[in-house]
Ligand binder design. Sequence first.
Ligand code: AMP
Length: 124
Amino acid sequence: MAYDDDNVFAKILRGEIPCEKVYEDEHVLAFNDIAHMAPVHVLVIPKGKYVSMDDFAEQASDAEVAALMRAMGRIAREAGVAESGYRVVANTGPDSGQEVMHLHFHVFAGRRLGGMRRQAGGSE
Ligand code: AMP
């Protein structure tokens, strides 16, 4: 799938839509989800134009992959949930229910997260 420059996260990256920024570096932006599903619900995105996890895994540089993984760990530590625990979800493609076609990792924390399926947005 080709990258669509009009997706909402592309607009956030260009500063056309505001966000509650949590973290930023050369390769990564992280901000609070607008419809949070847990006390901590942060979206962590690469600044590069990657549609999905599949796209990112295939096309991103080692530096971009490393920055994204390290950012998630840092965000969890700074939110104070590294010990209590958290969940990372990257919906990818139609079966996952991915709505925004710019790769994003959801970081959920701050309460008992329960079963995987509900938190992952599944209908089962
Ligand atoms: P997904 O279903 O994995 O594609 O998740 C998309 C997420 O983006 C949802 O959790 C939305 O609440 C979130 N979202 C959509 N628009 C915004 C926005 N402007 N700022 C922050 N989060 C957003």
